[in-house]
Design a protein around this ligand. Structure first.
Ligand code: PLP
Length: 374
């Protein structure tokens, strides 16, 4: 099997049979001709059901994650919501305590309407995970590394716990991408990525993907729900994601290199109380991260001495790190998460989340140095 660099660089690049083009075409058609006997010659009926460009991208993403099947969605949230709504009514979900804030909000605001119950638990504490299981637990929802505290949970151990309880394990691997972490190979059943982040990679497309270890009942239920509820990615977005994927391993290597340099600088700075980066030996789950990740990613969080006001002041003085939400693009971003997460936030007030981009690491360090000195 070729390595992930080779698979990604050539994703979708098989010559197009109609033209010989090496870049895949975008098929924007909403409808497809039936044959005289009423069959669908190419298997396509209507863009919302399935469409050729979406399928090209899904095939590429399935290969990168070692999945039997991938399903593409218009956003990461749509992908996650579909995985949840496709569970049998009455299901109980264990959600890790530092999962992306909107998933926790979804649990609080929407789960009851969907017939789901939820327990939020620290997934770095495996005894707590075991203790929270119920007979009706159908899904363990891990996010590793997590947003924004970069907590790392042990995928193989969680998969064993889930399977022993008759449940599935979903891993939100958005921060790692398939280049740095392969949850399905470690026993997870589903991987979720917000393709808006590293997969797209340029801050100009939204998407989400579910990659399934087995093309069984849950994958079929998610596909059916996507088709009926209309959560189909646009062909243009699918094409942009496929384009992004071709440079994913190269970008991830640079993101990781830059983030490590930034993390080491911040860890030694007197105005910094804590750096959350799994690549630092001081990170509480560094050993797990080193075991299950190929490298440690481009995301880190830093707690600035002096709390919320000091953190906001530092963010305001940064010039190269743009103060904006989201992550995984070429440009470095900084965000004061507590400000935007609102009253349910559990993020420390002094925390700034950094998405370390593809600039030169020395320039990024110099920018942080001047902002912390101010
Ligand atoms: N998962 C993680 C870890 C995220 O950070 C995000 C968004 O920031 C999402 C999922 C949701 O993705 P999207 O914004 O594409 O809906």
């Amino acid at each position: 099997m070729p390595r992930i660099e080779t698979l990604a660089a050539r994703a979708g690049s098989a010559p197009d049979p109609s033209s010989g083009a090496l870049s895949p075409p975008i098929q924007l058609a909403t409808t497809f001709e039936h044959s005289p006997d009423g069959r669908l010659p190419q298997g396509f009926l209507y863009q919302r059901y399935d469409n050729p460009t979406q399928q090209d991208t899904e095939r590429a993403l399935a290969v990168l994650d070692g999945a039997a099947r991938a399903l593409l969605f218009p956003t990461g949230m749509a992908a996650g919501a579909t995985a949840l709504q496709a569970l049998p009514p009455g299901s109980h979900v264990l959600l890790c305590d530092d999962s992306y804030f909107s998933f926790r909000t979804l649990a609080v605001e929407q789960f009851r309407r969907w017939g789901l119950t939820c327990t939020i638990v620290d997934f770095t504490d495996l005894d707590a995970v075991r203790a929270a299981l119920r007979p009706e637990t159908a899904l363990l929802w891990a996010e590793t590394p997590s947003n924004p505290l970069l907590k790392v949970s042990d995928i193989a151990a969680l998969a064993d716990i889930a399977h022993a309880a008759g449940a599935r394990l979903l891993v939100d691997g958005t921060f790692a991408s398939p280049v740095l972490q392969q949850p399905l190979a470690l026993g997870a059943d589903i991987v979720l990525h917000s393709a808006t982040k590293y997969l797209g990679g340029h801050g100009d497309v939204m998407g989400g993907v579910l990659c399934f270890a087995d093309d069984g009942e849950h994958a079929a239920a998610c596909h059916r729900l996507r088709l009926l509820a209309g959560s189909t990615a646009s062909p243009f977005a699918a094409w942009m994601i496929l384009r992004g994927v071709r440079t994913l391993p190269a970008r991830m290597a640079w993101h990781c290199r830059n983030a490590m340099q930034v993390a080491r600088f911040l860890a030694g700075h007197q105005r910094v109380e804590k750096v959350h980066y799994p690549g630092l030996e001081s990170h509480p789950q560094h050993a797990v991260a080193a075991r299950q990740m190929r490298d440690f990613g481009g995301m880190l969080s830093v707690e600035v001495a002096g709390g919320g006001a000091a953190a906001l002041a530092v963010a305001g003085r940064l010039r190269l790190f743009t103060n904006a939400t989201s992550l995984g693009s070429t440009e470095s971003l900084v965000e004061h998460r507590a400000s935007i997460e609102g009253p349910l936030s559990t993020t420390p007030g002094g925390l700034l989340r950094l998405s370390v981009g593809l600039e030169h690491a020395d320039d990024l360090v110099a920018d942080l140095e001047q902002a912390l000195a101010g």
